[in-house]
Design a protein around this ligand. Structure first.
Ligand SMILES: [Zn+2]
Length: 275
């Protein structure tokens, strides 16, 4: 049976009340909201609210949290990327004059998913950059590479010094496994450098109860560099033919050989970790 060490206090963040959400004021009209499992950001403008994403783990609590801070209409919804765990409650926000904005590649994924819970964006852009202005508040949307999923955006609020980088890393935690299922690992490494080029004080990274700082991005960058070094060492140390032989894989079972090849270096890296 698996045993789990307690999560350290510094990684926990605020307790989530019965309401299912916790709102953190980030300054300049920006607010972070979390369910404990997912988080996102919204900005209150003069006449409305601009929201990034609509995660199902928040669901109706997103509307309650926004309503508590500012009883104003939601005017814009920006999709950070297409994954349902971040935008699968968008249908709760949908109404005729809601502007839903995303990169064109995100729109393509949503179209292919045929999912009524993720309404198609009605404003998309191609290329690497777009700006949104609402009541004089600026959002810079940048597509710098497929660090998580094609079409994924950095969403920068320059006045508020807030950077939204959903599914980029996990604050005060190791990144979720497989580097959050990164579509392209070299782009994931580059993304940490790209994030640190923005002028920001708070980063909203999509999961758990905490919002981060530039220092947290640096910590994640160091962690994944160490991970790369350990993975490279493990790959060099394992003789894949020997590993297949040791596991008793018949020569003609190519799929089983491939599985042993995939499993042995991480198993070795895990062993070296437990000294
Ligand atoms: Zn995702």
């Amino acid at each position: 049976m698996a045993e789990f060490a307690p999560v350290p206090d510094f990684a926990l963040g605020p307790e989530i009340p019965e309401s299912g959400y916790h709102v953190t004021e980030l300054g300049g009209g920006a607010y972070g909201i979390t369910s404990g499992m997912v988080n996102t950001v919204f900005l209150v403008t003069k006449n409305g609210v601009v929201v990034v994403d609509a995660p199902p783990d928040l669901g109706e609590a997103l509307l309650a949290g926004i309503g508590e801070v500012a009883p104003k209409p939601i005017t814009h919804l920006i999709y950070s990327h297409a994954h349902a765990d971040h935008i699968g409650s968008a249908h709760l926000l949908a109404r005729d004059d809601l502007k839903i904005i995303s990169h064109e590649l995100t729109a393509r994924f949503i179209k292919e998913a045929h999912d009524d819970d993720r309404p198609l964006p009605n404003e998309t852009f191609t290329g690497t950059r777009s700006e949104l202005s609402s009541d004089g508040e600026r959002f810079v949307l940048e597509y710098t590479g497929d660090w998580h999923q094609p079409g994924n955006l950095f969403i920068h609020l320059p006045e508020q010094k807030v950077l939204t980088a959903i599914d980029s890393f996990t604050v005060k935690n190791a990144p979720f496994f497989r580097l959050l299922f990164s579509a392209r690992v070299p782009a994931y490494f580059a993304a940490m450098d790209q994030m640190l080029e923005y002028d920001f004080e708070t980063v909203v990274s999509g999961h758990m109860a905490l919002f981060g700082t530039p220092e947290d991005v640096q910590t994640n960058r160091e962690y994944i560099r160490d991970l790369r070094t350990a993975a490279t060492e493990a790959l060099c140390a394992v003789d894949l033919r020997e590993a297949a032989a040791a596991a008793g894989v018949p020569d003609n079972n190519k799929q089983a050989r491939l599985k042993v090849w995939m499993d042995t270096p991480p198993a070795l890296a895990e062993l070296t970790d437990h000294h």
